[in-house]
Design a protein around this ligand. Structure first.
Ligand SMILES: [Zn+2]
Length: 135
């Protein structure tokens, strides 16, 4: 699929059918993976969704176990599969992470990330957290 062609095709046309809509959404997703989002256009995670994710994780960083407070600078929502690698904004792909783990993980997949200090205990934490949350 040539996502650039499809996105450009629909940019100036009305979407008429469900099939066109699906095709456009797929192309857009691929487009964002390849080229990222325009500045400020990255989809936001709504407040209720943040709260849901926070509750699912018991308010703790799933990677290091640090207790966090919703709405503070240290409490981040992490994309388990980063958007840059094809992840989405659905609940299943979102977990709570402290800022240190979140920025250390960056756009890496879990299999590529050594943890924020590269320690074995952390990798064990991650495994346990993911078993609880998304497996
Ligand atoms: Zn952490």
């Amino acid at each position: 699929m040539d996502c650039v062609k499809i996105v450009n095709y629909f940019k100036h046309r009305q979407i008429l059918s469900l099939d066109e809509m699906n095709l456009y959404n797929k192309a857009m997703h691929e487009y964002h993976i390849k080229f990222g989002y325009e500045k400020g256009k990255r989809p936001k995670i709504s407040k209720p969704k943040r709260k849901r994710v926070f509750e699912k994780c018991n308010g703790k960083c799933v990677y290091c176990g640090k207790q966090l407070t919703l709405g503070t600078f240290d409490a981040c929502i992490d994309h388990v599969i980063p958007i840059a690698k094809g992840g989405n904004n659905e609940d299943d792909n979102l977990v709570v992470a402290c800022r240190k783990c979140n920025s250390s993980k960056g756009t890496k997949l879990l299999s590529e990330w050594e943890g924020n200090d590269g320690k074995w205990e952390l990798r064990n934490n991650i495994k346990r957290a993911l078993q609880q949350l998304i497996m």
